[in-house]
Design a protein around this ligand. Structure first.
Ligand SMILES: C[S@@+](CC[C@H](N)C(=O)[O-])C[C@H]1O[C@@H](n2cnc3c(N)ncnc32)[C@H](O)[C@@H]1O
Length: 244
């Protein structure tokens, strides 16, 4: 099956999701519809879950087109963003190197609007490296990290418990782990035998104890615009853990 995250449709949707101004996604930025709080998810998974105290090394697994990696670069000395999609990583690198990527927003049918994704103000591009790779099979010399951020990745992996098993050796003592997931377990990504048998949070605890202590759990809504009149509204469960 072709990887949907290599398609132009998803690339355009994710550039919009990560970089568009609120008004480019919803009329009046969602203030009238009450949907505004679901915007800027790739920023909020960083700023609402992690204090901006200086850190040395951060890893953004499943970084897509890179917005959270740029957010991390404002307070981390080195950020590695990894995604399986070549198309997403090419766009993230272009944003880092050139500061902008043009894309098309689908409005309806044949109607599209030309927009430009821009590297966010405050990002430190010289601190960020984007790599195409597999979160479950990281290169051996990647080292260890003070912060690992994996937003909405686990329920897109064929065997997510393998990634969880790798986390203790990937993180330095006292390091922060941010996992968010809308718990949308789907057979097309994860065979049902690899889904949690109970609530996802219990399953995370089972896999991460005792190497990690759970600090906070919160709901973080997000909105992905498909067309001017069709949106996916989802509620991610975000958990923050400390490496013991
Ligand atoms: C639902 S998206 C979330 C993207 C981004 N973190 C966000 O919150 O907007 C899942 C991402 O995980 C990536 N992905 C899927 N399998 C992966 C793997 N094995 N290793 C690294 N990235 C993967 C996809 O290409 C996609 O960018």
């Amino acid at each position: 099956m072709p990887n949907i995250y290599e398609s132009t449709k998803l690339l355009d949707e994710y550039l919009l999701f990560h970089y568009a101004a609120d008004e480019e996604i919803l009329p009046a930025g969602g203030t009238a519809s009450g949907q505004g709080e679901a915007l800027q998810f790739a920023v909020r998974t960083v700023v609402e879950n992690v204090s901006a105290s200086p850190r040395a090394r951060a890893l953004d697994l499943g970084c897509a087109v890179g917005r959270s990696s740029f957010e991390l670069s404002s307070f981390c000395d080195e950020v590695i963003g990894i995604d399986y999609s070549h198309a997403f990583i090419a766009a993230a690198r272009q944003l880092r190197d050139e500061g902008a990527v043009p894309y098309q927003r689908l409005d309806e049918g044949h109607l599209r609007t030309s927009l430009v994704a821009r590297r966010p103000v405050g990002a430190r591009p010289e601190r960020v490296r984007f790599e195409q790779g597999d979160a479950v099979n990281l290169r051996g010399d990647i080292g260890d990290f003070d912060l690992v951020h994996a937003a909405n990745l686990i329920c897109r992996l064929p065997d997510p418990s393998r990634m969880l098993a790798r986390l203790p050796s990937l993180m330095r003592s006292g390091g922060t782990l941010v996992l968010t997931t809308p718990c949308t377990w789907l057979g097309e990504f994860t065979p049902p035998e690899n889904w949690p048998t109970g609530p996802t949070l219990d399953w995370l605890r089972f896999h991460l104890d005792p190497a990690f202590s759970l600090e906070t759990v919160r709901d973080q809504p997000f909105l992905i615009r498909e067309t001017a009149r069709k949106f996916q509204w989802s509620l991610a469960q975000s958990s923050v853990w400390t490496r013991r």
